[in-house]
Ligand binder design. Structure first.
Ligand code: AMP
Ligand code: MG
Length: 328
């Protein structure tokens, strides 16, 4: 009898081990199409389906609400988006959530952190390039803004035109012709918020691809690999095969490239990252990928390094403990 009980207990414990093993190696994935005007994927390992479902819904909500809070193109009923800040330029302050305030403070500091390369108040200039890209997309032939028009706009781009009030949780732009453009920083900052949220839920093993900003944590359980492998796109074949792979255990890979958003005129490619000195798109690199622990820093650096020569870029990256991969 005792033998039978022991055999039964062994069988039970084997079954339990097998079951918990199965649970440990679960993999669930979900795509989001409505955050940051791009395609995002969240893949999680080692969670039960119910927990994954709850967490992915909360994560989606977090990304969606931050997307709305930082949107410069649309207004929303329940939040003051940054479009309202731009619409209100020269006309007083708008109220912010604490999260918006913190983000705008990070945006303001980005100017110094990037040695003057990333200036979110360059909106008057980046808007001209954005409009040119859209018109080129509609088939118009001569859309490149003239130097005069760019310089006129540049007169309204001082970082100091953005004023923040921490006590009142308010922001204002003090020049009616100035505007904010947070395109260089919002997705990365969203990645940081997402990683903080996932840490607060004890989620250990996941990959979050926010439109090409790839955040990784832990391991892809059940695959036999110790870390996530990320493919880097080749600037020459952005839709094709990867040019190389990098290993990511904890942290983020963010790329700024001239193939992401651009138009061509007279055989010249005009990308979407604007050199604040020339007011034209930067042409130093084809693509810059930054690997860093904090996605917000990785996003800031990828744009900044796209606008710097390699030597200066590598020094700046090193000061943040980040790695850089250039594809020129
Ligand atoms: P990213 O793809 O992260 O390098 O960000 C590029 C986006 O940042 C552009 O689409 C613009 O919206 C914005 N941007 C372009 N040039 C600058 C700049 N020099 N400083 C701040 N934002 C910029
Ligand atoms: Mg960036």
């Amino acid at each position: 009898m005792a033998k039978k009980v022991t055999a039964f207990l062994i069988l039970l414990s084997m079954l339990a081990a097998l079951l918990s093993g199965c649970r440990k190696n679960t993999r669930y994935s979900v795509d989001y199409y409505d955050v940051f005007d791009t395609f995002s994927t969240f893949t999680c390992y080692g969670l039960e389906e119910e927990a994954f479902d709850r967490i992915q819904k909360e994560l989606h909500q977090l990304l969606l609400s931050f997307h709305q809070e930082t949107d410069i193109y649309h207004t929303y009923e329940d939040v003051h988006s940054l479009k309202e800040l731009n619409d209100q330029a020269g006309n007083g302050a708008i109220s912010l959530s604490r999260r918006q305030y913190d983000f705008l403070l990070f945006c303001k500091n980005a100017y110094t952190l990037s040695e003057g390369r990333v200036n979110v108040m360059l909106g008057a200039v980046t808007r001209l390039w954005h409009e040119a890209r859209e018109r080129a997309g509609e088939g118009e032939k001569h859309v490149v803004p003239s130097k005069d028009v760019l310089e006129e706009a540049f007169a309204h781009t001082s970082p100091d035109l953005l004023e923040l009030d921490e006590d009142l949780l308010q922001a204002s732009i003090t020049d009616p012709l100035a505007s904010i453009d947070v395109g260089a920083l919002a997705k990365g900052y969203a990645g940081s918020l997402a990683m903080d949220y996932l840490a607060s839920q004890g989620v250990e093993n996941y990959l979050l691809n926010l439109g090409g900003n790839v955040c990784a944590h832990g391991k892809p359980l059940g695959t036999g690999r110790d870390a996530f492998l990320i493919g880097l796109q080749s600037p020459n074949e952005p839709d094709g095969s990867y040019s190389q792979t990098v290993t990511l255990e904890k942290g983020c890979a963010v790329t700024s490239g001239d193939y992401q958003r651009f138009f061509e005129e007279d055989g010249i490619r005009y990308n979407h990252i604007i050199d604040p000195d020339t007011l034209y798109p930067a042409a130093l690199h084809r693509s810059v990928t930054v690997l860093a622990e904090d996605p917000a820093i990785a996003d800031l650096l990828s744009t900044a390094l796209f606008l710097m020569d390699t030597q200066r870029g590598q020094a700046l990256a090193a000061s943040f403990d980040a790695e850089v991969i250039y594809q020129d």
